[in-house]
Design a protein around this ligand. Structure first.
Ligand code: B12
Length: 211
């Protein structure tokens, strides 16, 4: 039996529409063979996405191909999500999640959402390209104890600071956790975030610590 997660990663890296259309079938096949959703996610989908990122960086593939890959990853994650979350975990606090204004990347944020949900939290995801004021409004409306901000671009990471300042001036006690590839602990400290996590697994730990 071949290694299905690696095959998924390799297929994503081709960025070829015809091959991509088979990835979801491979994901389903992997599940039916008893491979865990986590292994599929890490060794398959995320590994493939990293490879695509490298190709994108050196100009071997372009936005349309990356979009097609991202769509394939989304579809696969939609399929894996209920399997990871399992049957009705008791919902604890609500966590607000969003990608800051100017930024359209959401795969990492969605993964953080899935992991938090699997840990029993209720996720209120307000999407991508979210203006600072909308984070504050949503936090007020839903009485949110913790908000997670995502940014994948060096040009949008400063928007996180704007969001934190908006929360402060609205006098809300919401704690803020930040993340995304260019974000570091140092940056999080500098902008006054309450926590930072490098990945979705660590995000769950940090959120638990914040509560
Ligand atoms: C997919 C992708 C796209 C897709 C996004 C589709 C989508 N629906 O998300 C599309 C094609 C739209 C895109 C567009 C662009 N992209 Co892009 N993209 C990527 C790519 C290949 C993968 C990102 C990804 O999903 N990674 C996988 C996830 C799981 O990882 P992650 O996001 O880092 O998330 C993890 C952690 O960071 C953390 N985390 C994330 N969010 C949060 C939030 C919280 C609260 C916490 C605690 C943790 C956390 O946990 C996650 C899970 O472990 C990266 C390259 C890369 N290797 O990162 C480039 C990349 C991010 N893109 C880049 C660029 C430049 C762009 C464009 C500007 C290109 C252009 N010229 O137009 C546009 C910008 C559009 C915009 N305004 O946002 C650059 C950014 C460079 C920089 N330093 O700023 C990168 C790094 C590529 C590169 N090497 O050049 N992109």
């Amino acid at each position: 039996m071949g290694n299905i997660p690696h095959e998924i990663a390799d297929n994503l890296e081709t960025c070829n529409g015809q091959i991509l259309s088979k990835v979801l079938d491979s994901v389903k096949g992997a599940i039916s063979q008893g491979i865990s959703p986590n292994q599929i996610l890490e060794e398959g989908l995320m590994e493939g996405l990293n490879g695509v990122g490298l190709k994108f960086k050196v100009g071997e593939v372009f936005i349309p191909e990356v979009l097609a890959v991202a769509k394939t990853v989304h579809l696969s994650m939609d399929f894996l999500r209920p399997l990871m979350i399992g049957k009705k975990v008791k919902h604890r606090e609500k966590i607000l999640l969003g990608t800051v204004q100017g930024d359209l990347h959401d795969i990492g944020k969605n993964l953080v959402g899935i992991m938090l949900e699997a840990a029993g939290f209720e996720i209120i995801d307000i999407g991508i390209n979210v203006p600072a004021g909308k984070f504050v409004e949503a936090a007020k409306e839903n009485n949110i104890p913790i908000a997670g901000l995502s940014s994948l671009l060096t040009t949008t990471m400063n928007e996180m600071k704007t969001v934190i300042e908006k929360f402060k001036s609205a006098d809300l006690k919401t704690k803020i956790i930040v993340g995304g590839a260019p974000v570091t602990q140092e940056f999080a400290d500098k902008i006054g975030a309450d926590a930072y996590a490098v990945n979705a697994g660590e995000a769950v730990e940090r959120v638990k610590n914040l509560l």
